[in-house]
Ligand binder design. Structure first.
Ligand code: TYC
Length: 93
């Protein structure tokens, strides 16, 4: 009888995209980023933005690494274009 090799399925690690609070980025800009880059609806986007505004940090979304890093780049590009100091980063879940 043939030897059977069982290979376990590994789910890809997931990464949180974190947004940081600052004093200069307008609230509406953060809400629009959460809608356009992270696919949140207006209510969820507003909630996340306020959580960041009050708590200093918040999770915009959770993705596999490459997608998470692409989202961070998109945030930085849009913020830079407008001259806002918005910071974003990824953290392994
Ligand atoms: N604190 C900003 C303000 O009062 C709003 C803000 C929210 C900025 C979330 C960044 O990630 C952020 N305009």
């Amino acid at each position: 009888m043939a030897t059977q090799t069982r290979t376990r399925v590994r789910r890809p690690a997931r990464y949180k995209v974190l947004l940081h609070n600052d004093d200069y980025t307008p609230m509406e800009f953060v809400v629009s980023l959460l809608e356009t880059i992270f696919g949140k609806g207006p209510a969820a986007a507003t909630q996340i933005m306020l959580q960041i505004h009050r708590g200093g940090l918040g999770v915009a979304g959770v993705y596999v690494q490459e997608i998470a890093e692409t989202k961070v780049t998109a945030v930085h590009q849009l913020a830079e274009k407008r001259g806002y100091p918005l910071r974003a980063g990824v953290e392994k879940e």
